[in-house]
Ligand binder design. Sequence first.
Ligand code: ACO
Length: 434
Amino acid sequence: MDAKTNTKKATLTVDGKSVDFPVLSGSVGPDVIDIGKLYAQTGMFTYDPGFTSTGSCDSKITYIDGDAGILLYRGYPIEQLAEKGDFLETCYLLLYGELPTPLQKKDFDDRVTRHTMVHEQMARFFQGFRRDAHPMAVMVASVGALAAFYNDSTDISDPKQRMIASMRMIAKIPTLAAMAFKYNIGQPFVYPKNSLSFAANFLNMCFAVPCEDYKINPVLAEALDKIFILHADHEQNASTSTVRIAGSSGANPFACIAAGIACLWGPAHGGANEAALAMLAEIGSVDKIPEFIKKVKDKDSKVRLMGFGHRVYKNYDPRAKIMQQMCHKVLKETGHANDPLLPIALELEKIALSDPYFIDRKLYPNVDFYSGITLKAMGFPTSMFTVLFAVARTVGWISQWSEMIQDPHQKIGRPRQLYSGATSRDYVDIGKRK
Ligand code: ACO
């Protein structure tokens, strides 16, 4: 742990007894109070549902300043990485901590490319799924099943095997994602083509068919590559924390990433772009927006503006700005510039940025608001949106998992609770129960 104990201390007074706790400083961002000895010293736990005030680990990977709308991977602003680099460069950066030299980049690209094919038996494994299965259900199962196919890289105590498992997942999860898509629409699987870039290969595996040539549109390949960069990591979000907790027990990396995919599936997390698009379709036209906004403001309706708000960003999500520009570019390229959902999205954004309800609660558009429209224009059905998110986030999950495994302070994740259930009582025989 590189965090420094600083001269500040935090004092907690309970029933007149004061206890001091060390305050730790990272390289940037808020200090944290080290409460590791709280229970030993006071007999009390903290209570923080949703971990809104809890730092769960010491990490060097991703930094977010939610108030300023800043996102850095290993110190580099997301805007610069998205503008100047490519996704595999971001993968290298997240995994190794530094940008690669040209030689390192070529070697890394080659290593990922070597692993893109999945075991042929996987195709038969897929036959067991219903055709109408949600691709995320197929992803949870097939990524978990990788442990059964690549048992040789499940030894987490061996750094070489950990890296092989990492390469395998960065390379094979896109192949599985494309297979989940093809299986769902009843088309034959398309094998990876290693002469293509990461994003172009993914488009080819998703949209090529054996009966005709598929020409990769470079604008779409570039946009997809940027979408992958924007979603590659996001600090200790719900799915990443899930991966870390799963990994803290020593579970194999394939199982941990499958756990992360399961968590990402939820509509409050990775499922939000699917939900945002469904919401735009439900609103239907710009003139219906005021009615919808009225519902959003009515607490009893439980309706939320999907694609708005974020646990950490209390400012414009920097990824949403890049996504908005890309959205316009892709719509123009694909001839979907007249997509009826776009004016609804733009009007909603305008209202949310000027209405006191949203301003007071600091609810800004998040990355999912525009990614749904963009992916739809690229030809992906809504059920694939979260799958694409999982493809991109795989490298973030793996980097965080790997960092955790190497952390000498790492312990099994085991929160405590505030128990409010029945106190001890005696068993009543079934015949005597009323
Ligand atoms: N629409 C309307 N009101 C909202 C929204 C929203 N999208 N989000 C939050 N609020 C309101 C809440 O009702 C609450 O109001 P109150 O103070 O009057 O009770 C206030 O804002 C704070 O909301 P919380 O739920 O406490 O905020 P939290 O940080 O827990 O939630 C979350 C963050 C889950 C992302 C939430 O904003 C949300 O549900 N957004 C819609 C779903 C979405 O877009 N998720 C994607 C997240 S980004 C990602 O995963 C990549």
